[in-house]
Design a protein around this ligand. Structure first.
Ligand SMILES: [Zn+2]
Length: 770
């Protein structure tokens, strides 16, 4: 059905003097420099200029390159003394066009030297009450000495190479420059004391179990690792202070790890000597697990693990692994470990989903860990690319949530009596999804974590949200009592308290992780929510999913930058998103859109007083005008109340004539005739422009939903008006009725105003009350 209102509006504007059109943006436009504030201006000033390494489309350019570092390592664990010894041979390939006079390596364990500056970088204050352990660590005990002891650095001929250590970075000076396209091989021997990661709250170390005297080790950042050299940073040699994670090149790893013979161990890569380290029973179970697609098979049972806890073998076993095209290496080892596995079909390949946990993780871990691993591999593969590695291992480690290629550490421990709360259960499933998910971002789509925490944490948390929701749908029994999986992050309203918070403690997403005030919401929650809103509300699933997949596929096994992501999302969708990146990623603005005012008009038989005055001033006779349809506000003295609620053509003789003269009988039958005309003004106290999502409710109870694109704010960032012409009376207007936009203040979202306080207002009042 055509709406005749289209003709009405255009007729009016044909002759309406510009003063009648209420566009105060015209005033603002004249302010000097105003356009520079325009939120729809393209991000040319913020983005780096595209070049032959990185294309304007967001894809790798024709000259894109990346360095490569292959490792051969022999590692030995001294379980008695919690010490680790290693010797590595690195073959480094310079694919850059530059000659390199020196190489930079990351020696992350130096964050735990006795004189580490990391401990001095934060302000400290007296706490009037403190947990004993933390008090002792701070004021009583000697600082732990966990830095690297470098025994030697030698070239391929065994000649010592000079090196300099600057905190967590080691520079190796080369006798002659490593030319473009050349390779160099060198070796490093090292050892360090392994820290108790529960006490130290570190990403790697051991947990000590006083009941049986054993340790469970989760070992990472344990060897000097090549830093990234790239077209955007040169050497990425920012110090490891503790928050900003890692930037690492890809390579192949050959790693032999020697541990006590009664340990159970898993690591990045494919085990090469299974027959040497597995018992005959374990080999038999492993063959079953490879064919078990629906549930895990135990390789080491709880009874066997508990029996092993009682001993301490003085014999050794060497576990040999090879890993292709990974950016890092991690392993977990203990005699306490239970071990289960199952197969997962990913594309045409079988991947092993694996879990390693002490009895302290049960009964939670035997039930959910491997299930969550398998689900994550399927869900993430669907949204990006088929998981390319042969396995994914989830290791139970108290308080941990940390990721490495093919292996990760995860928290979630039941109480001693084996009971657990919903919080512990969902926390565990969520952290497993998250850390296994990190295989995709940043282990394969290998962004620079040290500089851009959100590129891996934000994208991964967004993917985690989708995988959690799918988990809830797939395993309804696992979420019994909940309508959907209770995701902690991802839903728009969950980010509201953060975005509405004190501006002096907020930083844009585009910030270095060391410098933000609240890393969780900044690098995880907000970008995840921004992407979720982009998918559900701004772009729609089809366009978003295609563009997101394009980004993942363009940059898998490569090093993307934020611009590569931003550009690809636009390039693959034809949606201009510069305004969205600007608002959500480059500012600390928030979303707040409201309905400010509604004026009701009817078609009148006379011009308004205001219009008559204007015509008099400008010597315009009524007869000079084209036939006009006059509208007057309901409450004004201009309006003849007898005409109220009648159709437009009843009230206007000109319109009636027009319709009789110009429209054929068929056309007349087609048109609807509105009776009510509303001018609705929306205001935007929040800095971020968003689509204006409006639900109109009419007197007969029907509703109409209209989403005006975000571009509606492009000429007036403060307020905009829209006209609704209707046969029915309008009785309600709600902005963002389904809470899709993370609008921080819902008290201004409704007309008539709702008396009830919004959840957010209640939350704010609550905080003030405390
Ligand atoms: Zn993470």
């Amino acid at each position: 059905m055509k709406y005749i209102s289209i003709c009405l509006v255009s007729l009016l504007f044909l002759v309406a003097p510009s003063t009648w059109a209420q566009y105060d943006y015209q005033e603002r436009e004249r302010e000097p420099g105003h356009y520079n504030q325009n939120k729809f201006k393209q991000l040319y000033e913020e983005f780096s200029t595209p070049n032959t390494y990185r294309s304007a489309s967001g894809a790798p350019g024709p000259d894109y390159y990346q360095q490569r570092a292959d490792y051969v390592m022999d590692i030995e664990l001294d379980d008695r003394n919690a010490k680790i010894f290693g010797e590595e041979t690195i073959t480094y390939t310079n694919n850059s066009p530059d000659d390199l006079e020196y190489l930079w390596l990351q020696v992350d364990q130096n964050v735990r030297t006795k004189d580490t500056k990391s401990a001095l970088r934060n302000e400290t204050r007296i706490a009037q009450a403190e947990r004993v352990e933390s008090f002792v660590k701070k004021y009583v005990s000697e600082p732990f000495d966990g830095g690297f002891n470098i025994e030697f650095v030698k070239d391929a001929d065994g000649k010592a190479l000079p090196y300099t250590i600057n905190q967590t970075m080691m520079r190796i000076d080369l006798p002659k420059s490593l030319k473009s396209k050349e390779q160099i091989t060198f070796s490093i021997k090292w050892n360090y004391n392994i820290v108790d990661h529960i006490v130290d709250r570190s990403r790697s170390g051991y947990e000590y179990f006083p009941e049986d005297g054993n340790r469970a080790y989760v070992i990472a950042q344990f060897f000097p690792r090549m830093a990234v050299y790239s077209d955007v940073e040169g050497w990425q040699n920012h110090q490891f202070w503790g928050n900003g994670e890692f930037a690492l090149p890809f390579g192949d790893y050959e790693v032999n790890i020697t541990v006590p013979a009664d340990h159970v161990l898993d690591a990045t890569g494919t085990l090469q000597n299974r027959k040497e380290v597995f018992s005959r029973e374990m080999l038999k179970r492993y063959d079953q697990a490879k064919k078990s697609y629906d549930k895990p098979v135990l390789i080491v049972t709880q009874e066997e693990a508990v029996a092993a806890e009682q001993g301490f073998s003085e014999k050794k076993k060497t576990w040999k692994f090879k890993a292709k095209n990974v950016r890092d290496y991690g392993f977990a080892t203990s005699r306490k470990f239970i071990w289960d596995m199952q197969a997962v079909k990913i594309g045409s390949k079988d991947v092993m989903a694996v879990s390693l946990y002490p009895k302290e993780g049960n009964p939670l871990w035997e039930e959910y860990s491997t299930k969550a691993v398998a689900h994550t591999l399927r869900s993430y593969s669907d949204h990006t690319f088929d998981y390319p590695y042969p396995k994914a291992v989830s290791v139970h480690a108290k308080n941990q949530g940390m990721e490495y290629p093919m292996i990760c550490w995860n928290y979630g421990r039941p109480k001693k009596d084996g009971t657990y709360s919903d919080r512990v259960k969902f926390g565990m499933i969520s952290v497993i999804i998250h850390e296994v998910g990190h295989n995709f971002f940043p282990m394969i789509v290998n962004s620079d974590e040290r500089q851009w925490g959100w590129m891996d944490e934000g994208l991964d948390t967004f993917m985690q949200y989708m995988a959690e929701q799918e988990f809830g749908e797939k395993y309804p029994e696992a979420i019994a009592g909940h309508a959907q999986y209770p995701s902690r992050r991802g839903e728009p309203e969950k980010i509201v308290p953060y975005m509405a918070g004190d501006q002096s403690t907020l930083a844009p997403i585009m910030s270095n992780p060391e410098n933000v005030y609240q890393l969780g919401p900044n690098a995880y929650g907000k970008p995840a929510t921004a992407l979720n809103i982009l998918r559900e509300t701004v772009m729609g699933r089809e366009l978003f999913d295609h563009a997101f997949k394009t980004y993942a596929q363009r940059w898998k096994f490569k090093h993307p930058t934020p611009e590569d992501f931003f550009r690809t999302m636009e390039d693959a969708s034809a949606v201009d998103l510069d305004w969205y990146w600007r608002g959500w990623f480059y500012t600390t603005d928030y979303v707040d859109i409201g309905v400010k005012e509604i004026k009701k008009y009817f078609v009148n038989d006379e011009p308004t007083k205001e219009m008559r005055e204007y015509m008099a001033q400008n010597n315009i006779a009524e007869s000079d005008l084209l036939p006009q349809v006059f509208l007057a506000e309901e409450d004004s003295e201009d309006f003849d109340p007898d005409l109220k609620g009648k159709t437009a053509s009843t009230n206007s003789k000109f319109l009636k004539e027009f319709m009789m003269d110009k429209l054929s009988a068929e056309e007349r039958a087609e048109v609807k005739e509105p009776k009510y005309f509303y001018e609705i003004t929306f205001d935007k106290p929040g800095g971020i422009p968003m689509p204006l999502i409006v639900e109109y409710t009419y007197a007969d109870g029907t509703t109409e939903n209209i989403t005006y694109p975000a571009e509606i704010w492009r000429k007036n960032d403060a307020e905009v008006s829209r006209v609704i012409a209707s046969e029915k009376e309008l009785i309600g207007v709600v902005v963002d009725p389904k809470l899709e936009t993370a609008d921080i203040d819902m008290t201004n979202n409704s007309w008539p105003k709702k008396e009830e306080k919004s959840d957010f207002q209640k939350f704010k009042d609550n905080i003030k009350g405390k």
